[in-house]
Design a protein around this ligand. Sequence first.
Ligand SMILES: NC(=O)c1ccc[n+]([C@@H]2O[C@H](COP(=O)([O-])OP(=O)(O)OC[C@H]3O[C@@H](n4cnc5c(N)ncnc54)[C@H](O)[C@@H]3O)[C@@H](O)[C@H]2O)c1
Length: 256
Amino acid sequence: MTGLMEGKKGVILGVANKRSIAWGITQVVCQAGARVALTYQGERFEESVRSLAAELDNPLVLPCDVSDDGQIDELFRTLEKEFGRLDFLVHSIAFAPKEALEGEFVNTAREAYRIAQDVSVYSLVALARGARPLMQGGGSIVAMTYYGAEKAVPNYNVMGVAKSALESAVRYLASDLGPEGIRVNAISAGPINTVAARGVSGFTGMLKLHAERAPLRRNVTQEEVGKAALFLLSDLASGVTGEVLHVDAGYHAVGM
Ligand SMILES: NC(=O)c1ccc[n+]([C@@H]2O[C@H](COP(=O)([O-])OP(=O)(O)OC[C@H]3O[C@@H](n4cnc5c(N)ncnc54)[C@H](O)[C@@H]3O)[C@@H](O)[C@H]2O)c1
C-alpha cells in the first residue's frame, strides 16, 4: 500500500485521541504517502491532537468546530493557502447529548434532535461545499456511519436517525458532485471502543454481542476501518461513489 496516496493532500476531521477512528484512518493514509491536515474541536482537544500529529510527516493542525460556519470557512481558507488543493476529506464526527442516547427514542427532545442532526449530518454538507472548489479535477470524501442507521439498535436512538440522514446525504452529495469527479462514500463501522461510542448507554454490551454474532466472531479495529478508508480515498475506488461500505466483521449480513 506504500505509495498509494503519494502526492495526495487531505483533511481529516474527528481526531480526539489515539483511540479515535479518525486517527486509525490518519495513520493508514499517511503510511500510504498522504500529507494531512488534522482538525480539533476547540482548545480542549488541541494538545492531544498536536501531540498525535507530531508523529506525522509535515502535518497541518487546525481548529474546526463544525457547528460554527465561521470556523468552517476559515478552515478552507487556510487549506487553500497551505495546500493549494485537496484530494480528500474525512468526516469522522458525531455528537448527541448523552440523555438522548439512553432509554426510549420516543422521548427525544427537540433540541437534542437538532444538535445531533446539525453536528453529525449538516456538517458533512457544509464541509463538502467548502471542499468542492479545492477538489477541481476530482476528489474523495468519506464519512463514518453505523448499522443503527438501518435497524433500531437499543439506546442508539437519535444517533441512528442522524446516521440514516447522513447515509442519505452521502447519496445526494455523490449525485451533486459526481459530475466534477468528486466521490462521496461512507464506511459503516462495527462498534469500536472510543469516547463517542462510550456515550451510548450499554456500549460494552454492544461490543460483546457484536463479537459473538458477527460472522468473523470478533470486533473490528481502527486499522481495519483505516484500510477501507484508504481504498475509498485512493484511486483504487475510482468507480465507487454513493456507497456505504460495511467494515463490521459481517454483522450487517446476518439476521440472528
Ligand atoms: N466507535 C464506534 O463504535 C463507531 C462505529 C461506527 C461509526 N462511528 C462513527 O465514527 C465517527 C468517529 O467517532 P469515534 O468513535 O472515533 O469517536 P471519537 O470520540 O474519537 O470521535 C468523535 C469526534 O467528533 C468530534 N466532534 C464532536 N462534535 C464536534 C464539533 N461540534 N465540531 C468538530 N468536531 C466534533 C470530536 O471532537 C471527536 O474528535 C463518528 O461519526 C461515529 O459516529 C463510530
